[in-house]
Write a protein that binds this ligand. Structure first.
Ligand SMILES: NC(=O)c1ccc[n+]([C@@H]2O[C@H](COP(=O)([O-])OP(=O)(O)OC[C@H]3O[C@@H](n4cnc5c(N)ncnc54)[C@H](OP(=O)(O)O)[C@@H]3O)[C@@H](O)[C@H]2O)c1
Length: 213
């Protein structure tokens, strides 16, 4: 599978690295081209370049940017012109104000819902937002089981998201459609507050899946 990445930060380093190991071809697009190129080189990615090039490259898109960069990133990727139409966009973003730990929304809509608005025709699915980036660098095991990773979003994007979750050694847990993404982002606020407060960096919500019964 060809994965185009929007964002060249810590989540990309963790997740794209695992998907390259799993045999996917990854192209990293970044706001800062040198940073994207350095990361691509260190991960052994297929290439690096602009956000628009990454949008064109991927059959599936990893959206891994800070909330402050959501709109400019999708604009630079050409999302408003339909470059992401028909593609699954896996959004890992969190949206918390670390001054008062409130959830930042777009008039009540989540970051994932805002991404879906800005990328018409795309299939946005939220996943991987509930644990620190390093958790994804090795197969995450909690309570002796693969970590269950809640994901929510467009039905058309769920099958590929399940596969990508399994390929990091975790267990997919369907949390519903896009309307549930504000809840996943609220849960992200809880996790991030604990991490900032000194909790173990592996802290997350550890669910059991129906298969664990
Ligand atoms: N790090 C974690 O442990 C973690 C865990 C779960 C979820 N998340 C979420 O995942 C997303 C990515 O996190 P990350 O840690 O990978 O972030 P990061 O390393 O800080 O940066 C990711 C990307 O965001 C871009 N960016 C930052 N501010 C921007 C702005 N104002 N305008 C345009 N682009 C901007 C950066 O561009 P440059 O390349 O130019 O710097 C970078 O490519 C965030 O929403 C975060 O909340 C993070």
């Amino acid at each position: 599978m060809k994965i185009g990445v929007l964002g060249a930060g810590r989540m990309t380093e963790a997740l794209a690295g695992r998907w390259i190991e799993a045999g996917h071809e990854v192209f990293i697009g970044g706001r800062t081209p040198e940073k994207a190129a350095d990361l691509a080189k260190s991960l052994g990615a297929a290439g690096a370049g602009t956000l628009r090039e990454a949008a064109a490259y991927g059959d599936v898109i990893l959206l891994a940017v800070l909330r402050e960069g959501l709109e400019s990133t999708l604009a630079a990727a050409g999302a408003g012109e339909g470059t992401l139409a028909g593609k699954t966009v896996v959004d890992v973003g969190n949206s918390v104000d670390t001054e008062d730990w409130s959830q930042v929304t777009w008039e009540g809509r989540s970051m994932a819902e805002r991404a879906a608005e800005l990328a018409p025709g795309s299939h946005v699915v939220k996943a991987f937002n509930l644990a620190f980036s390093d958790v994804w660098k090795t197969p995450p095991v909690y309570g002796g089981r693969p970590l269950a990773v809640p994901f929510a979003g467009a039905a058309e994007g769920k099958s590929v998201t399940r596969k990508l979750i399994q390929e990091v050694g975790a267990a997919p847990l369907d949390a519903g459609d896009l309307s549930q993404t504000p809840h996943l982002e609220a849960m992200g606020c809880v996790v991030i507050r604990q991490l900032f407060g000194g909790a173990h960096l592996g802290s997350t919500f550890a669910f059991l899946t129906p298969d664990d019964a």
